[in-house]
Design a protein around this ligand. Structure first.
Ligand code: KG4
Ligand code: ZN
Length: 331
């Protein structure tokens, strides 16, 4: 069975083809990051319009890469939400129009399920059950995953998501959009002793997170140094203080979730999962506490079509009726 995946929830247009026999056949991706950069964040209207421009050329690219014809597609999976409404509407209308034209069934996929299952696209995928840390721009959640569709929420953020904290703190320091990779790079040059920032909820004895206070701490430190003329080294020191704090909290909560569930496998998903410092910290904890940690391929950490095609294929393997010839899409 070949599933076409369509992702358009935010600022990446992704189309991919996944074959349940042969694995991922192709994936085509266009990131709008450069377009939104000058506004310091995603402009929803521009995002929707750009998805419209990119979707069909990316579909052609994916089909070419997989060397198949549109008729060979068995089902179409699209991101149903959560995400920007206008952006989601583009992906769902592309998916439903294709479904109607090709007479193929369609199914909506929860964006977070796409992220959650993306580490299973790796060459050595984890077995179920596992604990998953989902760290994206919009979400921070710890889940127990017993199988496809069998998810138990263990904890989540009370306010900002981890990616949001990265992006907002980076913005305060005058770094570009998206801020996550930028603040992470800058932190490498920072002095870890210069600023010890708070580790919110580190000792809360549950699996909840809170990052808005950390962002405020970055603002306070930056203001104290004089926001406008803060020197590069000091910026790097603040970045280091921020990254160390957030990584400490994420690592400690993952370890606590493993302890609570008694599981020995940890899976990381979502854009922040690409973070170098987080990976190093989790690898160190895994070696010390004897658990195994799995990451998606770097290209599948942030939004992409492959994870949606894959999640669709997994859903259909469990329930072939999950996809329907119902083209009245809803997002
Ligand atoms: O999963 P994703 O692509 O989109 C959402 O579903 O939100 O995640 C995007 C988030 C952004 O906040 C971005 O700054 C963050 O992931 N991110 C990173 C890194 N790469 C992306 N954060 C920290 N370090 C990175 N290397
Ligand atoms: Zn995402």
């Amino acid at each position: 069975m070949i599933v076409l995946g369509v992702e358009s929830s935010c600022d990446e247009t992704g189309l991919a083809l996944y074959d349940t026999q042969r694995g991922l056949l192709s994936h085509a991706l266009y990131s709008q990051v450069a377009m939104h950069e000058e506004y310091g964040g995603v402009v929803p209207e521009l995002a929707s319009r750009d998805h419209i421009r990119r979707a069909i050329p990316l579909l052609e690219q994916a089909l070419q890469g997989a060397a198949i014809t549109p008729q060979q597609i068995d089902a179409i999976a699209y991101t149903q939400g959560p995400g920007l409404a206008g952006a989601l509407l583009v992906g769902s209308s592309v998916a439903c129009s294709l479904g109607l034209a090709l007479d193929k069934p369609v199914l909506g996929i929860h964006h977070l399920e796409g992220h959650l299952l993306s580490p299973l696209l790796a060459s050595e995928p984890p077995e179920f059950p596992f604990v998953a840390l989902l760290v994206s721009g919009g979400h921070t959640q710890l889940m127990r995953v017993d199988g496809v569709g069998q998810y138990e929420l263990l904890g989540e953020t009370l306010d900002d998501a981890a990616g949001e904290a990265f992006d907002k703190s980076a913005k305060l320091l005058g770094l570009g959009y998206p801020g996550g990779p930028a603040i992470s790079r800058l932190a490498e040059f920072g002095d870890p002793e210069a600023y010890k920032l708070p580790r919110p909820m580190l000792h809360s004895k549950d699996l909840m997170f809170s990052f808005s206070g950390l962002k405020t701490a970055v603002l306070t430190v930056a203001k104290n140094q004089g926001l406008a003329n803060i020197c590069e080294q000091d910026k790097a020191n603040i970045a280091r203080g921020f990254v160390d704090a957030i990584v400490d909290v994420l690592t400690a909560k993952c370890v606590a979730a493993l302890k609570q569930t008694g599981l020995k496998r940890l899976v990381i998903a979502g854009g922040v999962g690409a973070n170098k410092q987080l990976r190093a910290s989790l690898d160190a904890a895994a070696a010390k506490k004897r658990f195994k940690v799995y990451y998606p391929e770097l290209e599948f950490c942030t939004d992409n079509g492959a994870m949606i095609a894959f999640a669709g294929a997994m859903r259909l393997q469990i329930n072939p009726l999950a996809a329907q010839r119902d083209y009245s899409f809803n997002v």
